[in-house]
Design a binder for this molecule. Sequence first.
Ligand code: CA2
Length: 146
Amino acid sequence: MKKILIVNGPNLNLLGTRETAIYGELTLADIENNCQKLGQELKLEIEFLQSNYEGQLVDWIQQARNDADGIIINPAAYTHTSIAILDALKAYDGLVAEVHLSDIKQRESFRHHSYVSLRADKVICGLGAEGYEVAMRYMAEQLGSL
Ligand code: CA2
């Protein structure tokens, strides 16, 4: 079975508790449940992770080189700052999909630029939690897992 790593960056553990007008009502645990269910349908093994630490995210991306066929990543605020995460993704040979709950291009100007987009094979913004599911369907199609 093909394996997908879903990596979430800082503060996404707070989803559903505050800023629900921007990020939606679902918690990260709700999003993981939805992804695990869809993974069964699409015949994809899903590992779902979150960290507030940039180095931890880099370590997980490095480990995925020997372990996962694709990475779905919402790097959160590190999207706009982290060359370290970009470099780790550049060292990864599999598929990369970048997901944002909100439409970063329609928000403050400091959110408009994404370092991660320089490596992403697909970028999905502004679809809320559904963006993760769109990314999973993209992975399933590309990897021929269905
Ligand atoms: O739209 C997205 O998914 C973002 O990656 C979310 C990040 C933000 O820094 C990016 O510009 C866009 C922020 C995630 C923080 O989530 C919170 C949820 C509840 C309460 C506070 C923060």
